[in-house]
Ligand binder design. Sequence first.
Ligand code: WTA
Length: 637
Amino acid sequence: MSNYHIKNLEEYFQVYRKSVREPEKFWQEVAEEHFVWRKKWDNVLSWDFSKPEVKWFENAKLNITENCIDRHLLAQGDKTAIIWEPNDPKEEALHLSYSELHKKVNQFANVLKDNGIQKGDKVCIYLPMIPELAYAVLACARIGAIHSVVFAGFSASALATRTLDADCKMMITSDGSFRGDKKIDLKGIVDKALEDCPDVETVLVAKRTGADINMKEGRDKWLEPLMEKAADNCKPEIMDAEDPLFILYTSGSTGKPKGMLHTTAGYMVYTAYTFKNIFNYQNDDVYWCTADIGWITGHSYIVYGPLLNGATTLMFEGVPSYPDFGRFWEIVEKHKVNQFYTAPTAIRALAKKNLDFVDKYDLSSLKVLGTVGEPINEEAWHWYDNHIGKNKSPIVDTWWQTETGGIMISPIPFATPTKPTFATLPFPGIQPVLMDEVGKEITGNQVDGRLCIKFPWPSMARTIYGNHDRYRDTYFSAYKDKYFTGDGALRDETGYYRITGRVDDVIIVSGHNLGTAPIEDAINEHPAVAESAVVGFPHEVKGNALYGFVILKESGESRNQDNLRKEINQQIADKIGPIAKPDKIQFVEGLPKTRSGKIMRRILRKIASHDISDLGDTSTLLNPEVVDEIIEGINNN
Ligand code: WTA
């Protein structure tokens, strides 16, 4: 891509105004300048949010991996595409050039084909942060298979649900994973998940830990020997602009996860253009996003966005606390990282540790810092700014979602003056609005409301895989002709946006979206449980933590409560994953309900936060007496 970036605030406003006045012309120019198209589009955009239906770059033909890899070979085949930093700092890092990446992805693509995968087939990827994860994603895209990456911290049950929902034919995994001082048996989890997934014909297994695993005859195959035998050239499948590229699951307000479906051309154009401008990537920079590729941040800003720009992108296998809390900063020094993108929860956790962990390392290579995933509090923002950026690296607080595909609201470094806790201004092409609860737009500044987007952007999800009605109902029915984000936001006197948090039943814990409904479902499956409600409460490091209020059946009441708590937690870990375990579980006699039987979560949230001075009017509840009983019980759990 050309190296031109938005340089100052005035230019941002110019570009932004153009993107709103003439969106099609604007995106057409971005798309024309930067990419390899096998055929150009007939029409830039057609859309109807009432259906909803959105098409960008209609009838264009392309392959995203040609744009991520092949396009760079001539000019910079020897440039490092991926730096892989292993979990154990004593193990050697890998520097993979664009030519080497080309070879790996082509071999992998041939392995997929040799094992019966064709354009349109769905492939589930359940891998740790090893290079094979990037190869697998790109190999799918090379042949037009649709990847569905499932974060390798999810349980067997959660993996099975996602594998079934996406109709996956193949699973790609490894013999295990290293995380800090732990070794995790991923293949065992896969074996368990696949007991419920008869349509998965092949399991490709990458070798990582050397663990002694079970290989099922006829189904399971080691990846390495197949790669070695495979030809290193695989012609890219020519895809239509609107052909699906991937499915990625996110939590919703019902028990079933939502498989967000992203398509090819719009996603490519938007992730490339945002990456370039928001991280101010310059030619020889080393860029590092600490996310896992199992989340959207990793898809868009470890793999696609950076590679589309011919960047060097760092993949880290491990965790920030191993072997000690200086690991992130050690890596920054070692690889001379220029752009560093992480989550507020990591910043808060590291800020609690001794500053020696930071000061030991030379962080002078850093030029731009980023955060994503949840609101960043003021204290964490300043710690990041003072101790990591040394007050010279702008912080881009990037607001976006799995559904949006790319960053939506963010400062542009060196152009937009930053303001702690504010994601600031919409990226060109993004038209945010604030709405009130009855569906009216709130205009002017110094206001707050529910954040919606009123015009399509290229990388928006096109549907929920297999459930278009749910897509419409969740995102396009609360406000007519608007995409509803599920977040609340305020707009300050200068028009800057600050995201205040979810206004629905999704809780963000350590940057992970967790729906309350699936957690409640898991709790309710315990034989001693009658009913439950899960809410969030503020937590110093995690941002939010979970609080479960649980009503027991009579049969449970005589049981030891600590044991019950353990069993319930285990149940949640098995159904969803350890990240969904509540910090607190309180057994209660009843839950506050409205007369129509709806649980009043607002009251439970206040109780969980120990904010009981103003619970509002509880007299209209069906059972006001339970409120006092719950308050009395707070400290006994
Ligand atoms: C929250 C992650 C405040 C928000 C890319 C959103 C944020 C949800 C920010 C999406 C931010 C993300 N400030 N809140 N900078 N970034 N969020 O789908 O509530 O994992 O709706 O996508 O995270 O989470 P998801």
